[in-house]
Design a binder for this molecule. Structure first.
Ligand code: ADP
Ligand code: ASP
Ligand code: MG
Length: 419
């Protein structure tokens, strides 16, 4: 008996016609001896609508901010409900074309998670019951995004979390693969919505996909790729917008060894969710950086790039770091509070910055990759404000107004443009 997990994102179940098409796609994958589980997102736009409803109570009646500890658990109850609707609708659509199907809610499987409401992490998925049911030929329709804590409280996995539900279920079921049906026909060299010449990749390694996702390509949630990599679940990303039977090769996310032609640069990603904090005239002695970044860590600020340079005054240095845009006010406040103690002269925050990255496993064995990047940006007159590198990626921080120009220039510079 083999097993397969299919996942349909929000646009792919965006209305009843699309749900009916998703049912036809599922039907085409049904073969004797193969159990099927289908993970669905909420109808496109529904989660946003539900989030918006909770906003009315995100500020205390007296005007102060509410404590997330007394908000996020019920937020999860509200926003997880979109997925319940689509599980029922898809199960009905399947029955409508003569296929045995039933829905399972997150707590019924269960998708056990930790207590971190609104961004919970899946731990154990025990799926003996659902496994037996799909092996008996009943298609399981399962909500993405939903989890349940040990003490039976509902959780959600963070925006875009249905990808992670699908991979977790595939791993737990020992599925041969996890097929992610979405509104593009695969993983592209960059976001096809902003670069018309982007190309679909036949294959991409887990490592590259992990970097692409965490550096801004939202086609797969980062955690889903981490999980697939750790559990060795092959992921295929493909279009839900074509009828079954039409060509739909998609992109396979797989181990590096299965990729014959290793590209120096496979893709370009961008993120506008960045802020830059500059600390001028910081006292220069051992322990200062530990103090600053310790305080930021205690405040749960996720620091990304860090650049340190000598200041003009002797015995002083300048420190620049980046963090997610929403954390910028908190980061500035934390430093401001301890300014005298740490010895910082000035604090500046810029929120109109973006991070643009090039990613490729071939970079490990190739020189001159950074030079190509910097030259292409210089040619367009784009200033680089900070740089970060790893073995398989180079990221630069730039003025957000130039994001699209930079992505297009880099896409061309590394020879990624479609003919
Ligand atoms: P779903 O609702 O199916 O989960 P998402 O909107 O989360 O779909 O992800 C698909 C979107 O990701 C695409 O419409 C595309 O604009 C965007 N995207 C960003 N970067 C890439 C990339 N490199 N390849 C493909 N799609 C990308
Ligand atoms: N419906 C959730 C969201 O919009 C989860 C998902 O679609 O993956 O974030
Ligand atoms: Mg998504």
């Amino acid at each position: 008996m083999s097993r397969l997990v299919l996942k349909f994102g929000g646009t792919s179940v965006g209305d009843v016609d699309r749900i009916a098409r998703a049912a036809r796609i599922v039907a085409a994958e049904r073969t004797p001896g193969r159990g099927l589980a289908v993970v669905v997102s909420a109808i496109a736009g529904e989660t946003d609508r539900l989030v918006q409803l909770t906003r009315a109570f995100a500020v205390r009646a007296d005007g102060g901010p509410v404590d997330p500890k007394t908000f996020d658990d019920e937020y999860d109850v509200v926003v997880s409900s979109g997925e319940q609707v689509t599980t029922g609708l898809l199960a009905l659509a399947l029955r409508n074309i003569g296929i045995a199907a039933r829905s399972w809610q997150g707590w019924q499987i269960p998708f056990r998670t930790d207590n971190a409401h609104a961004k919970a992490r899946i731990g154990d998925v025990r799926c003996n019951e659902i496994g037996a049911s799909i092996d008996a030929g009943v298609v399981a329709v399962v909500p993405g995004f939903q989890g349940v804590t040990e003490d039976q409280r509902i959780t959600t996995l963070g925006r875009g979390g249905s990808d992670t539900s699908a991979v977790a279920l595939a791993a737990a079921l020992g599925a041969e693969r996890c097929d992610i049906y979405t509104d593009v026909d695969g993983v592209y060299t960059t976001d096809p919505r902003i670069v018309a010449k982007a190309r679909r990749l036949d294959r991409i390694s887990y490592e590259e996909m992990l970097e692409m996702a965490s550096l801004g390509a939202k086609v797969l949630q980062t955690r889903s790729v981490e999980l697939a990599f750790a559990k060795r679940v092959p992921i295929r990303v493909l279009s839900s917008l074509v009828e079954p039977g039409a060509p739909n090769p998609g992109t396979l996310v797989c181990p590096e060894e299965e990729i014959v032609e290793k590209q120096v640069v496979s893709g370009v990603a961008y993120s506008r969710d960045e802020a830059k904090v500059t600390l001028l005239g910081v006292e220069d002695h051992p322990g200062v950086a530990a103090d600053i970044f310790g305080r930021l860590a205690d405040a749960n600020v996720n620091v990304d790039m860090i650049v340190q340079s000598e200041a003009r005054q002797p015995g002083r240095q300048n420190i620049v770091f980046t963090c997610p845009d929403r954390d910028a006010p908190k980061a500035a406040a934390v430093i401001q509070e301890a300014r005298e103690k740490i010895g910082v002269e000035e604090i500046h925050v810029r929120r109109d910055v973006a991070k643009v990255s090039v990613i490729g496993i071939g970079m490990r064995s190739q020189v001159g990759v950074a030079r190509t990047m910097f030259a292409a940006l210089a040619q367009k007159g784009i200033n680089i404000e900070a740089i970060a590198t790893s073995e398989i990626k180079i990221s630069v921080l730039i003025d957000a107004a130039y994001t699209e120009l930079a992505v297009r220039a880099l896409h061309t510079a590394y020879g990624l443009d479609a003919a």
